[in-house]
Ligand binder design. Structure first.
Ligand code: SMG
Ligand code: MG
Length: 367
């Protein structure tokens, strides 16, 4: 196939609950949607950037610029493009994985729609539904946290992840564990907020039987994580550190983690995400699918990935209602704590054009 044009749309989706991590607070998702118009039809992707570089180094206007000035012209110059070739065509551009991943995904969506094949089939999914976890931001008080968690458990979520930071770690974890008991699948995510000097505080979490502790230290501190892993009984999971297949292999070799959160966008797309899945499977390392407050377009593809065999832990792929009152695709719903994996061609979801039109704040076509 050949790309004829790429459409970029910026859409604003207010969040139903503000989401605060140790690093930043979000009240809305300002999403960059990418549509590849090709000779074989169109394909869509949700570029996982946010408005500012507060979680990932990439951000919306930077991703837009690198796509317009470099990535899209490079792809448009290829006469016989396939999704599998996108990363090698774009390799001369350093970094910008989120932008590259979105373009690869849009091309893959177009390719699979033309072949009438779903993401799940293409990636090698072995399940038709995946258990849903929920990521709970840092609220204003313990009482508010307990109410939030209670609400999510009533809805059926199978696992709860609490965002933590120094000063908001032991108390919330103890409170949730005491209130909901030892049967609750509970984990914590520090989003890089600690240093090795915080090891005693993190050790104090060991008695609470967390499934895992996610990314306590800086993204580039693999040695620190390896050292910390030896000090804790709670399994360590890496997220921000996992930027590529090679980074995952290095982290595992160093003993920096025993679980991996795969974010397809950060590693450069679903093909690299699948390669990390395969690497971890070969080493007996469980993986789960992370979330970046995706619209339905990104969520649909994440569900397909999360249906691969070694995604043995519930991911941060929650129902649409946990994020948005209105999305640009049909809503994903919980059924007995699970979300069904889409089966239609490509991502298996269609864009609701009227909603898209209403939520769009910027629109451009790159030719
Ligand atoms: O999509 O449910 C979601 C969010 C899950 O906690 C979540 N993601 O570090 O794992 C993480 C955070 C990053 C979110 S910032 C966009
Ligand atoms: Mg995380």
């Amino acid at each position: 196939m050949k790309i004829e044009s790429v459409e970029l749309r910026v859409v604003r989706l207010p969040l139903v609950t503000p989401f605060r991590t140790s690093q930043h607070r979000q009240d809305e998702r300002v999403a960059l949607l990418v549509c590849a118009h090709t000779t074989e039809g169109e394909g869509w992707a949700d570029c996982a950037v946010d408005a500012g570089p507060l979680y990932e180094p990439e951000f919306l206007s930077g991703a837009r610029a690198v796509m317009a000035e470099y990535l899209v012209p490079m792809l448009m110059a290829v006469p016989e493009l396939t999704a599998a070739r996108v990363q090698s065509v774009l390799a001369p551009v350093k970094g910008h994985q989120l932008a590259k991943a979105a373009l690869e995904t849009a091309v893959l969506d177009a390719e699979l729609r033309a072949k009438q094949m779903s993401f799940a089939q293409y990636l090698g999914a072995v399940r038709d539904r995946v258990p849903a976890g929920v990521s709970v931001g840092i609220p204003g008080s313990l009482a508010e946290l307990i109410d939030l968690v209670e609400g999510y458990l009533e809805q059926g979520y199978r696992r709860v992840k609490l965002k933590i930071e120094p000063g908001w770690d032991l108390e919330p974890i103890r409170a949730v564990r005491e209130r909901f008991g030892p049967g609750l699948a509970l984990q914590a995510d520090a989003n890089t907020a600690y240093t090795l000097a915080g090891a005693p505080q993190l050790r104090a979490l060991d008695p609470f039987g967390l499934l895992l502790l996610e990314q306590p230290l800086a993204a580039d501190d693999l040695l620190g994580h390896a050292e910390l892993a030896r000090l804790l009984t709670t399994p360590l999971c890496l997220d921000e550190s996992i930027t590529s297949v090679r980074a995952a292999a290095t982290a595992l070799r160093l003993g920096a983690c025993s679980v991996i959160n795969i974010k397809p966008a950060r590693v450069g797309g679903y093909l690299a995400a699948r390669a990390i899945h395969d690497l971890c499977a070969a080493q007996g390392i469980p993986v789960w699918c992370g979330g970046m407050l995706e619209t339905g377009v990104g969520r649909a593809a994440n569900l397909a990935l999360a249906a691969l065999e070694n995604f043995t832990l519930p991911g941060d792929v929650s129902a649409t209602a946990r994020y948005f009152a209105e999305d640009i695709t049909r809503a994903f719903v919980l059924e007995d704590g699970y979300i069904a994996v889409p089966t239609g061609p490509g991502t298996g979801v269609d864009i609701l054009r009227d909603v898209l039109g209403r939520l769009t704040i910027r629109h451009e076509i790159l030719r």
